[in-house]
Design a protein around this ligand. Sequence first.
Ligand code: SAM
Length: 274
Amino acid sequence: MKNLNQSIESHYLKEGLFEDIVNRLKNQNIDLNNVKRSDIAGADEFHVRGAAVSKELANCIEIQGTSVLDIGCGLGGPCRMLAEEYDCNTTGIDLSNEYIRTANELSKLVKLDDKTTFIQGDATQLPFEDQSFDVVWTQHVQMNIPNKKKFYSEIHRVLKPSGYFIYYDILTKGKGEISYPMPWASNSNLSFLSKAEEMDLYLTDLGFTKKQSKDQTQAGIVFVDALVARLKECGPPKMGLNVLMGESTKPKLMNLLGHLKNDDLELKSGVYHK
Ligand SMILES: C[S@@+](CC[C@H](N)C(=O)[O-])C[C@H]1O[C@@H](n2cnc3c(N)ncnc32)[C@H](O)[C@@H]1O
């Protein structure tokens, strides 16, 4: 029987992911010696609103030139964006071996491997010394993590004094039953949604000071609505989240959209100071 981390890794697993992305680039006649971040942008940020929201988060603090840890980094799109556009030195960690292999290969492909490092590991047991990073960043990850206390205390531990924690997350309003599959979980056994108040309590108990919090739900609904409409009208795009979710893209997005519209789930971002 699989343990939880193995089940979560299986949920996200898409074998040959990097090769699939390369084939999609070739099919669009993109020169493999000159691939740009924008060529892979549809697939390498696995959260609602992709690069647009990542840039919005980056602009919340003076992030230029800092060292950033992205926890649950997926394919590494946000790390590459921070490396290229904000001159950050970025490290990404993720449970998925296939995502980490793909993240490293994609960084080589777009020639950002000197400023991005990706390693496989568990967010609740970070393999870094205390006070290693100026900024810790996480987007759409904690829904897979039952031990929130350990997750946030690890973030606090690896942040330098006066460092910033930036999050962008899906949270529950604690009302109705959630329908699955969702992008982060095929069933409820892989999903550990928490409320915004609970997250805030974990963080303030650790000594963090809340600097900013923003409701991102409406912007998220507009984005997912458009994505679903395009999927229905035109079918899967050449480089989109369908690269990661395959056949289940539409049901997962429709479940997410329904629960955001029903006010069962919310999207939030925020900044905390150590
Ligand atoms: C929805 S994806 C988001 C990926 C990335 N943050 C992004 O926005 O592009 C969630 C990611 O969290 C990772 N993850 C889930 N549980 C984790 C854990 N305990 N430790 C590290 N990564 C984890 C998954 O492997 C997956 O890549």
